[in-house]
Design a protein around this ligand. Structure first.
Ligand SMILES: *Cc1c(COP(=O)(O)O)cnc(C)c1O
Length: 365
């Protein structure tokens, strides 16, 4: 009798596995720790918790969770349209921005197509590419920074999508808005440019692709409520693009892909300017604190402006285990071809201090 694998779609068999940050409860159980004492600096979540306005709205929405959510995300798209000075049909709401990237792949990729992204780019680009049997073209990143010229040069007649995140995860490097725009403008008209702005709230300035979008260029932008808005567990993100591309993606997505509390929370969180401002302040201070700590330890790290730092830590594998035993969860980057590196999410001042203290003890041994 044939196995399930014999019957499965071919790309499923070679699909890479997404390695997530380890959850607090799991680490607490594995290492016999009190969950309340464990801190997670592994998934670039917001150390201040959820947006208070978002949380209150989600709680209220739970009371009517016997109802389906609004499958058209009407109010969230209207609010986003106001925020971005676009129209509601310029938006697709996803179950996290990960979903909108998978939707793009589902709508546009077939076997033989190529997708261009950096060799240490966010892993979801590779997952989305391979899931639909397309070919990943991973462009080397010297010093773990995007080489936009090399990315442009990697575009062929088979290229369908080019993904770029600024800041990029897991490296934390950022590209200049002018360079991003120049790359977008230089692409052939049958290549979709997807700019992933998951961490754009932390930047002083990000690229504005709306004029290119309006002029008919095939550019889309993805954003998320998972980071600066503190709603990672609710899973909401969105894609901004022309009404035509949004219409196509809306055909592909599930009718109720974003749940009711998530939609309510995202709508409310958009108004939580005070929370995002505080998030940015705490993050900027935390970045300085972590950078100073790493420098004092003699650890190399990649300068960045997002809410995490990739750092080269002696015996990174051992450090990952050691830190967990000490109740601090970080993220190893071996899977990204960055052996010896860990990704450290910026926490509160106390959390950053604890992380640096544990690293200091480890390195002193
Ligand atoms: C965290 C992150 C996202 C956001 O993912 P969600 O699915 O919205 O939680 C997207 N892109 C990058 C580069 C990220 O690091």
């Amino acid at each position: 009798m044939g196995s399930y694998s014999d019957l499965a779609n071919r790309p499923v068999l070679t699909q890479p596995i997404y390695e997530a940050g380890r959850p607090i409860e799991v680490v607490a159980r594995d290492f016999d720790l009190d969950p309340a004492s464990v801190i997670k600096l592994a998934s670039n979540e917001n150390p201040l918790g959820p947006s208070p306005l978002g949380l209150a709205a989600a709680r209220k929405a739970l009371e009517v969770c016997h109802l389906y959510p609004d499958g058209g995300s009407t109010f969230l798209r209207e609010k986003l349209a106001k925020k971005w000075n676009l129209a509601p049909n310029n938006f697709v709401i996803g179950n996290g921005s990960n979903e909108v990237m998978i939707l793009l792949a589902q709508a546009f990729l077939r076997p033989g197509d190529e997708v261009v992204f950096g060799s240490q780019a966010f892993i979801v680009y590779k997952l989305a590419t391979m899931l639909f049997g397309a070919t990943a073209v991973e462009v080397p990143m010297p010093g773990f920074r995007h080489d936009l010229k090399a990315m442009r040069a990697a575009v062929t007649s088979r290229t369908r999508i080019l993904f770029l995140a600024s800041p990029n995860n897991p490296t934390g490097g950022t590209d200049e808005p002018a360079d991003i725009l120049a790359l977008a403008e230089s692409l052939p008209e049958d290549v979709l440019f997807c700019l992933d702005e998951a961490y754009a709230e932390y930047l002083e300035e990000s690229a504005d692709l709306r004029p290119l979008m309006a002029s008919g260029r095939k550019v889309v932008v993805s954003r998320t409520f998972s980071k600066a808005y503190g709603l990672a567990g609710l899973r909401v993100g969105y894609l901004m693009g022309s009404p035509e591309v949004c219409g196509l993606l809306n055909r592909v997505r599930q009718p109720f892909n974003v749940n009711l509390p998530a939609l309510a929370a995202a709508e409310a969180a958009l108004d939580d300017v005070a929370f995002v401002t505080r998030t940015k302040e705490v993050n900027a201070q935390g970045l300085t604190q972590l950078a100073a700590g790493l420098k004092a330890l003699g650890c190399e790290f990649i300068e960045g402006k997002a809410n995490f730092l990739a750092a080269k830590i002696p015996q990174a594998d051992e450090a990952f285990m050691y830190l967990q035993r000490a109740g601090v969860i970080v993220r190893p980057l071996k899977g990204y071809g960055m052996t010896g590196w860990l990704r450290l999410t910026v926490g509160t001042a106390a959390q950053n201090e604890r992380l640096i203290n544990e690293l200091t003890k480890l390195i002193a041994r």
